[in-house]
Design a protein around this ligand. Structure first.
Ligand SMILES: CC(=O)N[C@H]1[C@@H](OP(=O)(O)OP(=O)(O)OC[C@H]2O[C@@H](n3ccc(=O)[nH]c3=O)[C@H](O)[C@@H]2O)O[C@H](CO)[C@@H](O)[C@@H]1O
Length: 400
């Protein structure tokens, strides 16, 4: 007997960045008439639900993780088992995973074990180092081996996959985060124009401060835990010392190691610096995008914020030693500055002084290497063509 879900696609997701980047695919699949289930893996909880609400997506299947042992192997085995159970009962025509989280790697592996074809969104990113970002580089390489459709965001990502001789087909479709950030930016701008700005106490704090320059900081990568995180926080303090008209908003990751390191440096600052440096809780997506859109500079070790920053034409300093997103650097939108406070402060102060990344021309007017905001529709068209044989537009390579 045919299962009622055999013609459906299951989109597996469970962390904040995955939900943001997979939402445009789910919305596009549904728009193109393809039944699509969302399987929430439970890897993030409180950060996940406002995102589903913003994008108007209701997960049909929800996994409640116990997470009794706080290790990557324990998380992986719990995810694999729970996702496997859900996929066995759904028997979908295809499973979609995104990027490089534990949810994505275990979702892809569970589907492959059940012989369900896997589509990998944001395929082909490689830093070339298994230890950075960790465990993401391991996860993305593993997913590449078991996927049937590889949705590469850029030509560079596609050539990484060709070099690895992955099975299946590779399509260059841009990055779905462009779809997401443009949607959110349009929403917050429209609300403000209509005189009904979204609730955003952090941005309001900046507006009330009367300060002229806004810097948004985020940092939480595992490689930056410990001394590097303290260096990043010290760099922020030194930047504020050097630039008296600047304010910093830093939505602090919930990880206690990140919290301790940053709060210790903040607590040791003078009252003047503390008043211009706001540590907040993780932000919902619309307020986050509103702050990004208003910022003069983004300082980050996040992957998604690099792509979003470029899409909003914001100068970026990437506080890592290597990157799987070389397009950010090669197109002149960002600089890789590591975690050395002197390098961070010197580059950041230069951006705040004249709006330009040192040594680089402004990026306005250049094509976004991550696409034009139609990635979700392009991915849905490829899947529709393969799964239903329907006529669909061939995805076109994007300019790099
Ligand atoms: C370096 C790296 O390996 N990063 C991976 C990580 O994402 P990534 O490093 O992007 O993960 P983050 O946790 O930084 O999340 C970034 C996203 O969360 C949003 N945000 C951030 C802070 C906040 O307070 N509120 C908020 O809404 C940002 O706007 C962005 O959209 O998993 C993603 C999902 O597979 C992959 O695409 C990335 O490759």
């Amino acid at each position: 007997m045919t299962s009622p879900t055999q013609s459906c696609v299951v989109a597996i997701m469970g962390t904040r960045p995955e939900i943001i980047k997979m939402a445009p695919v789910v919305l596009a699949l549904r728009k193109q008439g393809m039944p699509t289930h969302v399987l929430h893996t439970g890897q993030h909880e409180e950060m996940a639900w406002p995102l589903y609400e913003f994008f108007g997506i209701k997960p049909a299947e929800i996994i409640r993780l116990k997470r009794e042992v706080p290790t990557l192997p324990a998380l992986a085995s719990e995810l694999m088992s729970a996702i496997g159970t859900q996929l066995s009962s759904l028997q979908p025509a295809a499973a979609l995973v995104h990027g490089d989280t534990s949810s994505a790697a275990m979702g892809a592996l569970a589907a492959a074990f059940l012989q369900i074809p896997v589509g990998h969104v944001e395929a082909g990113l490689r830093s070339g180092r298994m230890d950075e970002p960790f465990p993401e580089e391991i996860n993305r390489s593993l997913i590449g081996r078991v996927s049937h459709w590889h949705f590469a965001p850029t030509a560079q990502a596609s050539s990484n996959l060709q070099r690895e001789n992955v099975p299946g087909s590779v399509s260059i479709v841009g990055n779905t985060v462009v779809d997401a950030v443009l949607l959110a930016a349009q929403h917050v701008r429209a609300q403000r124009l209509a005189g009904q700005p979204i609730a955003n106490p952090d941005y309001q704090w900046f507006l009330d401060s009367g300060l002229r320059k806004l810097v948004l900081v985020t940092a939480h990568r595992r490689e930056n835990w410990g001394a590097p995180m303290e260096q990043i926080a010290s760099a922020v303090a030194a930047l504020l010392q050097q630039c008296p008209d600047a304010a910093v908003i830093w939505p602090l990751h919930l990880n206690p190691l990140v919290q301790q390191a940053v709060r210790a440096v903040h607590a040791a600052c003078t009252p003047d610096i503390q008043q211009r440096w706001r540590l907040s809780a993780p932000l919902d997506y619309p307020p986050m995008v509103e702050i990004m859109d208003a910022a003069n500079l983004l300082l980050t070790d996040s992957g998604g914020i690099q792509e979003e920053g470029l899409s909003l034409h914001k100068p970026l300093l990437v506080m890592r030693d290597v990157t799987e997103r070389p397009e950010v650097i090669t197109c002149g939108g960002g600089l890789l500055v590591g975690t050395d406070p002197h390098r961070i402060v010197s580059a950041a102060a230069s951006v705040l002084a004249d709006g330009r990344l040192p040594g680089l021309a402004p990026t306005h007017g250049q094509a976004n290497p991550f696409g034009d905001g139609t990635s979700g529709a392009q991915i849905a068209a490829v899947l529709r063509k393969h799964l239903h044989g329907a006529h669909a537009a061939t995805p076109h390579p994007l300019p790099v």
